[in-house]
Design a protein around this ligand. Structure first.
Ligand code: FAD
Length: 293
């Protein structure tokens, strides 16, 4: 199918984008990498009157250390491929580097943007779950000013976020990983590069003898990533053991509310999630590299 008719503009500044969004609101869509948007247009799942292409705006490019070296700033035009091979991301946010291997295929990663993935909020996408696990902040700009929204408050449901129609997501800020933080990531998908049937992102601090601050985010099962806080709290100041991993996995899986889709019903998805959580926790807490590397 062909896309419906739309107007197209390619402004040169963030202010010009914000002015267009303020004028056209829900009739306008930001065009970043186009890897999701163009497909929805061609399938006529959406029909915006205006596409606002942000690809000319240099201020939205790049990945930098900012805030006196306290966080990574990933600009709205940083492509998945750029994030995947960034030494800064590998050093300060290795969870994102680990997860990027699972995001789509090279051609899509070359154009698709990490902020585009956050703005889209596909429930099976890797980056929203990582943003929650890492306590990232999404920075939104409109004619009214700039505001930061913690990732845990950004995702509402299926493709629903806290972003207002007149706001551009200009960057995501990811706190630099503390020295004693360890991370784990894995997902189940039919083929490598497909969207996840279920995925798990983990961060933790402390030592295997005394774990603290476990964050466990499950995605692909519900309409948005699920931050399994109650299950993760079972690990607080505990020593790692397979029995503890089992208890956390069971509690986390029970807290999910999966729909039935082509991959199965709630019982299947909970079983898949529990198995994957056990696998990721075991890898994170027993690998010598993870704790002593
Ligand atoms: P676009 O397609 O340009 O935009 C997507 C949506 O976000 C639009 O509504 C747009 O208006 C909005 N938007 C984009 N940027 C901004 C911004 N800065 N501010 C406000 N709104 C914005 N993704 C995964 O995570 N995992 C996968 O496994 C995966 N597999 C894929 C497989 C295929 C075959 C395809 C085609 C895509 C796949 N994707 C996957 C999606 C891919 O990662 C997209 O690149 C990403 O979801 C959207 O990024 P984009 O820059 O292309 O955004």
């Amino acid at each position: 199918m062909k896309a419906p008719d739309f107007a197209y503009c390619r402004p040169a500044s963030i202010d010009a984008v914000c002015a267009l969004l303020a004028e056209h609101r829900d009739d306008a869509r930001i065009l970043a990498g186009g890897q999701s948007l163009m497909a929805t247009l061609n399938l006529r799942l959406s029909a915006p009157a205006l596409l606002v292409d942000i690809n000319r705006i240099d201020a939205l490019r790049g990945i930098h250390l900012a805030g006196d070296g306290n966080y990574l700033r990933i600009g709205a035009l940083a492509r998945h491929a750029e994030v995947a091979r960034s030494p800064l991301v590998a050093l300060h946010a290795p969870l994102i580097t680990a997860a990027m291997r699972h995001v789509a295929h090279p051609a899509i990663r070359n154009r698709g943007t990490t902020c585009g993935s956050l703005a889209l909020a596909d429930p099976s996408a890797e980056m929203p779950a990582c943003a929650i696990a890492l306590d990232a902040t999404l920075v939104l700009q409109s004619q009214s000013g700039t505001r930061g929204v913690p990732a845990r408050d950004f995702f509402f449901g299926l493709y629903e976020t806290a972003r207002r129609d007149d706001e551009l997501l200009i960057e995501v800020r990811v706190p630099c990983q503390p020295a004693d933080q360890r991370v784990g990531f894995d997902e189940l998908s039919r083929r490598h590069g497909d969207f996840a049937m279920v995925g798990v992102a983990v961060t933790a601090r402390g030592t295997p003898d005394r774990m603290t601050d476990l964050r466990l985010v499950v995605f692909g099962t519900d309409t948005m990533p699920i931050d399994c806080r109650d299950a993760a709290a079972l690990a607080d100041r505990q020593a790692w053991s397979p029995a503890l991993g089992e208890a956390i996995a069971s509690a986390a899986a029970a807290s999910l509310d999966p729909d039935t889709n082509m991959f199965g019903g709630p019982a299947v998805k909970r079983r898949q999630a529990a198995a994957l959580i056990r696998r990721v926790l075991t890898a994170t807490f027993t690998s010598r590299e993870a704790w002593h590397g």
